[in-house]
Write a new protein. Sequence first.
Lengths: 117, 113
Amino acid sequence: GAVVSQHPSRVICKSGTSVKIECRSLDFQATTMFWYRQFPKKSLMLMATSNEGSKATYEQGVEKDKFLINHASLTLSTLTVTSAHPEDSSFYICSAHHRGVGTDTQYFGPGTRLTVL
Amino acid sequence: AQSVSQHNHHVILSEAASLELGCNYSYGGTVNLFWYVQYPGQHLQLLLKYFSGDPLVKGIKGFEAEFIKSKFSFNLRKPSVQWSDTAEYFCAVNADDDYKLSFGAGTTVTVRA
């Protein structure tokens, strides 16, 4: 159980275009999901917290108008990178928060490799 | 906010050797502690977690970790590694009243056959 999927796994786009990445919790409901960036040989950097039915909460330094997050249902959150530029090329990972009694845990998706040309 | 430090950047060892990865956190309140593993080309997987109770936690694939509150540490151990344990290991912490995780920088473990 506790499987999280992401789509697409890889995407290449031209500079100036927008890209949408989907994150789904397959076998549990998640009122809270998280979006991270992972740079090569680096740890995960939290970008934002996605809350079902309300606005996302962004970490300091993350542009909310550039990284649009929508959490329309209990199993789906989307991240749209708007007007993408080469510096947005990265590995984007989502996680879904699984609530349980004394066992709240984040489960991670496989990631999306974004390359902006 | 919490911060997490992993002391070893890259560990290289031979099969059957014992492994211990250090993790320390800084936060004055109650925390939940996690170790995640990322095998080459794969997504992060939960190895083990500590919320409360017995400070010695056993996880999957023969890993265990010990929470020592007085030292703010949650070190990961495995008595005898295999080549398949080659991966990136991340320690993570969240405050008990906050879902957000703070990650350490990660430790690359290379096991030589």
